[in-house]
Each structure stands twice: as structure tokens, then as C-alpha cells.
Design a protein. Structure first.
Lengths: 113, 112
């Protein structure tokens, strides 16, 4: 089955620790995205990548880092510099070009205490 | 700066009703607009994508329209069912650079 997988579904960390969220897709999509969703707010773009070995900051990139070493994978690291890391994180992918649909993974809920 | 608004924030309707969800955007120069469905605690499911040159798209009981000049899109759901209960989000790509701006969603509850 083609799709996007995110692991784990729930993640708990202590404040001050870095944590990496996994996102893998087997849709052969060129572009991948990371969003953050907070209660009562719309999704906000953290980082996106249009092609392997290239990525751009979204609207709220501070305190996050990404890599795109393989077409299938786009891991997100939440660093200790992120002031409010507790949130629901969603990964998405799409074909190249501006007219293609975004497809989303099931999300990872991160709780930092 | 593009802003996307969805009103109402929540809606309850009896089963079988036809209903309309609204999405407004401030900058009419968009490339495309996408409607999604999100179930509690889950990821988003793409429902319909409307390109800037199109006025509407249909999929089953769903019909999405786009009026760029007025900065509005509507999602029409025919003969609503309890299984349609979810949050519906719209997202706009106004720069052609993969940066979608999302609305905050309309939480729909269809009562049996």
C-alpha cells in the first residue's frame, strides 16, 4: 500500500532533550512538508523540501531542523531551543509542481514535560 | 499576507441535510485551494483540490466551488451522514511555492 508513515504515534520527552520525528513515504513524491497543529489553530508550516538535499524554512522554523538525504524520508528534529514543543506534528508529501494535492501522514503527538 | 478564515467554527446538523461550509481568503491571487477532512487525533485526508482556473470540483456527495474575485470557496455536502462528522479544513497556495496557508477548520457533527 502506498502512503505516508509517521512514527511513533505518541512521543514523550523531558524538557531540554532533542527529539527526532520520523516521516517516510512510498508515493514517489518529490516534495515533503512538516506542519505543526495546536488546538484551535490551523496547521502551520515548519519546513518543506522540494527535492533531495534541499529544504526551505516555513513560517515557524525556529527551534526545528530537518534533513532530506533520501527522497522517501524527511525527519524532523525538535531541538531544546523550541520554546513550546508540545503539539501534534503532521508530515505531508506531494508531487512536484504547484498544482498537486498534498497527502498527509497520521501524525505524531509530542508531549514535552 | 494571505489569511484564510473558516466560518462557522462548529456546526451541528441532523442527518440527511444538505450543508455548506465556507472558506474565505484575503489575497485572490491563488494557485490552488484544497479541502481536507480531519478525524480526531488523525492526519488530514484530501477531499478536493481546485486549481485557480477552475470554478468547481465534484467527488461523490461533495462539491467545492471557487470564486477568486470574492476570495471565497464553499464545500457543499449533500445528504449528510453521521460518518461525515469531522473537522473540515481548507488550505490555499497563493505563492506557487508549496507554502499552503490553512484555515482553522469547521468542526461538523451530523446527528443520527
Amino acid at each position: 500500500d502506498g502512503g505516508i508513515t509517521q512514527s511513533p504515534k505518541y512521543l514523550f520527552r523531558k524538557e531540554g532533550q532533542n527529539v527526532t520525528l520520523s516521516c517516510e513515504q512510498n508515493l514517489n513524491h518529490d516534495a515533503m512538508y512538516w506542519y505543526r497543529q495546536d488546538p484551535g489553530q490551523g496547521l502551520r508550516l515548519i519546513y518543506y523540501s522540494q527535492i533531495v538535499n534541499d529544504f526551505q524554512k516555513g513560517d515557524i522554523a525556529e527551534g526545528y531542523s530537518v534533513s532530506r538525504e533520501k527522497k522517501e524520508s524527511f525527519p524532523l528534529t525538535v531541538t531544546s531551543a523550541q520554546k513550546n514543543p508540545t503539539a501534534f506534528y503532521l508530515c505531508a508529501s506531494s508531487m512536484a509542481g504547484v498544482l498537486h494535492e498534498q497527502y498527509f501522514g497520521p501524525g505524531t503527538r509530542l508531549t514535552v514535560t | 499576507k494571505q489569511e484564510v478564515t473558516q466560518i462557522p467554527a462548529a456546526l451541528s446538523v441532523p442527518e440527511g441535510e444538505n450543508l455548506v461550509l465556507n472558506c474565505s481568503f484575503t489575497d485572490s491571487a491563488i494557485y490552488n485551494l484544497q479541502w481536507f477532512r480531519q478525524d480526531p487525533g488523525k492526519g488530514l485526508t484530501s477531499l478536493l483540490l481546485i486549481q485557480s482556473s477552475q470554478r468547481e470540483q465534484t467527488s461523490g456527495r461533495l462539491n467545492a466551488s471557487l470564486d477568486k474575485s470574492s476570495g471565497r470557496s464553499t464545500l457543499y455536502i449533500a445528504a449528510s451522514q453521521p460518518g461525515d462528522s469531522a473537522t473540515y479544513l481548507c488550505a490555499v497556495d497563493s505563492s506557487g511555492t508549496y507554502k499552503y496557508i490553512f484555515g482553522t477548520g469547521t468542526r461538523l457533527k451530523v446527528l443520527a
